[in-house]
Design a protein around this ligand. Structure first.
Ligand code: TPP
Ligand code: MG
Length: 759
């Protein structure tokens, strides 16, 4: 008896360069094929018996697959020559081209980095576009890259509605869900959508990514929505290749995890076989478009050529396993279909293969000769557009008087005609105004609707503007911010609320990595303007602990392009809100409005009953200038106190005491705009005053105060007597102990004493 031995693996197959091996495999497979070929089908005939795909469709999909493959092969070769700067490829995933074929170019798409086949196929939807050259320019980080202008290798296109993604896995799912919801909501609030009303949002991702919290929350939110019979036409496409970098997904895990989820409708499609998979993908797409329900398309793929060019799989996987994976290459199956159906001869396939290779290399060489980004100015150009005159004009535009009169219940009840009020009331009034001014504005978050927010700041808005514009979300900050991006993508003005600053942090990537980066990575072709309201900072009496008194805004300070405003009084808040909304509308900016909770109800400044912190409501044509500080006692020059938020009333009280103790005249500067800091203004005040105090209610490390002192020092005023009064590097404890960790009036006065003691 002879025992069956596995065929030995030929030496050629044991090479390190798996791209080269897959390349040769394809050619050998075609050359060695000796099956039966049917008579050539006509273009409208099914490519194989029983297939939903016709011959014309197959031929085009096959071409898209080959484009995607050769872009990968080209990248592997030219990376080592420094002509290409990205090698994460789509090889093994090319079947995702079917999803593109079966959807429209106006269905917004948020793509996995392996969705090259999808991209190549979507290019067919508009005449005159060149998938190879456009992609090559992105691979080469060329300034001419139509997607990102050379800032990253992204799948992106303005005309094709592919919004470029970062490579943080799963981070795009919440905004894809948000976009799906926005497609429906836009119509309901009478907002003209930039795409057809029956569009769906598409979002692709890997199997490992499907486990990520950010992905899971998007699935959950979609199901939560569908459960309530609300439409959420999002097509989640899980490109399941069974592995994430080097970690295998347990066999059948994706099916097991998603097949039976309530209100997330599961479809499977074989992405390795166009003839079989096409009808399966079609069923999923049609279901999503028709039912407007969240749909999970489990697309079988494989991963060949490793995670990226730097992943030498041969070092950590057995050669047998590697060869088995490579044998499942969907391009081999496509070649087989082309041959068996009689659609193409071996020579035709090989010629198409080489011709596509030639085009990819030629495009890459051409791209390499194009200019790259060579100046910092160029790099940053789309990051934070700012057109001051237009923003100012928009901020002070007050052509909605009739609507406000209705909203406030009559001319006599307009807020500017009322007695001075405190911060919470003015924010509430300003939000009413904002909603009159922008019919496309939406306010949403936790408890913001009927209850009017935990501090009643949004009270009355739900009643005045209705469910469709003011609504509670499910309890998830990531989704709140994902929704915001979706609404913005569809042309609305989202005003999401984060209930407490402490709860921003679990979701901050939605601002840091996603919203704030869209203009950058799309070369300002896509914008997701929004005004995120965040209640925060410390000093609350009788309510508290860390989570309601988080005083660290460091996480917001270094987000490129973000604008953070923090009003300390009601009139500033109203005018700041108008400016932030204008900045969002005019320049597409992502803005944060940090509301100091402890000042919401503050009425007095120096002593009980003085009403010193009440302000008049500014008429709707008044707005702040971005970056402009408020100066108290501008002629004083003995000492300047820089501060913001709660620090302002404290500093004003302390200034009075300091004037009495030291005989100084004290200037107090409310920075108001915390990101970016107005360094020129800080330098000017520091230059005009003899001594400098910085009052920062944030933490000792990495707080706003550090930025102020840096600006002072860099402007050459570092030698002046200077002191910082700042919170401690600790979490905030409960009850009265909270006041031990944050600055107080007395500490400011003591700091001035210390300055006075300096020569
Ligand atoms: C939030 C986050 N964590 C980690 C990574 C690093 N990373 C990049 S791709 C990847 C694996 C993803 O696997 P899968 O979702 O299956 O996609 P595939 O690459 O297999 O197509 C990891 C861990 C990342 N990009 N983002
Ligand atoms: Mg995977």
């Amino acid at each position: 008896m002879t025992s069956a031995k596995p065929n030995p693996i030929p030496a050629r197959m044991k090479g390190v360069n798996r791209a080269e091996i897959c390349d040769v495999n394809f050619q050998e497979f075609v050359r060695d094929w000796n099956g039966h070929a049917d008579a050539r089908p006509s273009p409208d005939e099914a490519i194989l018996d029983g297939s939903a795909l016709d011959a014309r469709g197959f031929r085009e999909l096959f071409e898209s697959q080959l484009i995607s493959r050769h872009l990968d092969l080209m990248a592997r070769v030219l990376r080592v020559q420094n002509k290409v700067f990205y090698t994460i490829g789509s090889s093994g995933h090319e079947g995702n081209a079917m999803v593109a074929r079966l959807t429209r170019h106006t269905d917004p798409a948020f793509l996995h980095y392996r969705s090259g086949g999808f991209m190549a196929e979507r290019f067919r939807k508009l005449p005159g576009m060149d998938p190879i050259m456009d992609s090559a320019l992105s691979f080469a980080a060329s300034k001419d890259d139509p997607a990102s202008g050379g800032r990253h290798k992204v799948w992106g296109s303005k005309p094709l509605w592919v919004l470029p993604q970062t490579s943080t896995i799963a981070s795009h799912l919440p905004k894809a869900f948000g976009t799906a919801v926005a497609i429906e909501q836009g119509r309901r609030i009478g907002c003209q959508l930039p795409i057809p009303d029956d569009s769906i949002a598409i979002c692709s991702f890997g199997d490992a990514s499907s486990n990520h919290a950010t992905a899971q929350t998007a699935f959950n939110a979609a199901a939560w929505t569908a459960y309530q019979k609300l439409p959420a036409p999002v097509l989640f496409v899980c490109e399941d290749n069974g592995i994430g970098i080097s970690v295998k997904t347990p066999t059948d895990w994706v099916a097991r995890n998603f097949r039976d989820r309530a209100d997330l409708d599961y479809f499977f499609a074989d992405g390795l076989d166009l003839a079989t998979g096409y009808g399966q993908v079609q069923a999923a797409v049609e279901h999503c478009r028709r039912t407007r329900r969240p749909t999970f398309l489990h697309l079988r793929t494989t991963r060949i050529m490793g995670h990226a060019g730097t992943d030498f799989e041969i070092e950590w996987r057995s050669i047998e396993e590697l060869c088995a994976v490579e044998a499942s290459d969907p391009l081999l199956r496509s070649a087989q279909i082309a041959l068996e159906s009689g659609l193409m001869s071996k020579d035709e396939i090989l010629a198409l293969y080489e011709q596509t290779r030639g085009k990819c290399f030629a495009a890459a060489e051409d791209a390499d000769r194009r200019p790259r980004l060579t100046s910092l100015e160029d790099v940053m150009a789309p990051l934070a557009p700012y057109t001051p005159p237009a923003v100012q004009a928009e901020a002070s535009r007050a052509d909605y008087q009739d609507k406000r009169i209705t909203a406030f219940g009559g001319e006599a009840r307009l807020p500017e005609k009322q007695a001075p009020r405190h911060l919470a009331i003015h924010i509430n009034n300003a939000l009413h105004d904002l909603f009159c001014k922008y019919p496309e504005a939406l306010l949403f978050g936790e408890d913001v609707a009927q209850k009017g927010g935990v501090y009643t700041v949004t009270k009355g808005l739900h009643k005045a503007f209705g469910n469709r514009r003011v609504f509670n979300t499910l309890l998830d900050e990531t989704i709140i911010l994902g929704l915001a991006q979706g609404y913005a993508n569809m042309g609305m003005l989202p005003v999401p609320e984060i209930q407490y600053l402490a709860y921003l942090h679990n979701a901050i990537d939605q601002i840091r990595g996603e919203a704030a980066s869209l203009q950058f990575f799309s070369n300002d072709q896509y914008r997701n303007p929004m005004v995120v309201r965040i209640a925060g900072l410390g000093y609350q009496r009788g309510f508290g602990g860390h989570f309601h008194n988080d005083n660290s805004l460091t996480a917001l300070r270094d987000i490129p392009g973000l604008v953070v405003g923090c009003p300390s009084r009601g009139d500033d808040a109203a005018m700041m809100l108008r400016t932030l909304a204008a900045l969002a509308k005019v320049d597409g900016r992502v803005c944060a409005f940090l509301e100091p909770i402890a000042l919401y109800m503050t009425k007095d400044l120096y002593e009980a009953g003085d009403g010193g912190w009440l302000t008049e409501y500014p008429a709707p044509n008044q707005a702040l200038v971005v970056g402009e500080e408020r100066v108290y006692n501008p002629d004083a020059g003995d000492c300047v106190i820089f501060s913001f938020g709660n620090g302002i009333p404290m500093s004003l009280r302390a200034a009075r005491a300091i004037e009495a103790r030291q005989g100084w005249k004290v200037r107090v500067v409310d920075l108001r705009w915390l990101v970016p800091l107005n360094e020129a203004a800080i330098a000017r005040h520091a230059g005009e005053c003899k001594r400098i105090l910085v009052v920062d209610e944030g933490r000792h490390s990495a707080g706003v105060g550090e930025g102020v002192i840096t600006a002072v020092t860099e402007a050459g005023h570092g030698a002046k007597p200077l002191k910082r009064v700042v919170g401690a590097d600790t979490f905030t404890p409960l009850a009265g102990a909270a006041f031990l960790v944050i600055p107080s009036d007395d500490e400011i006065i003591a700091a001035a004493d210390a300055l006075a003691a300096k020569p």
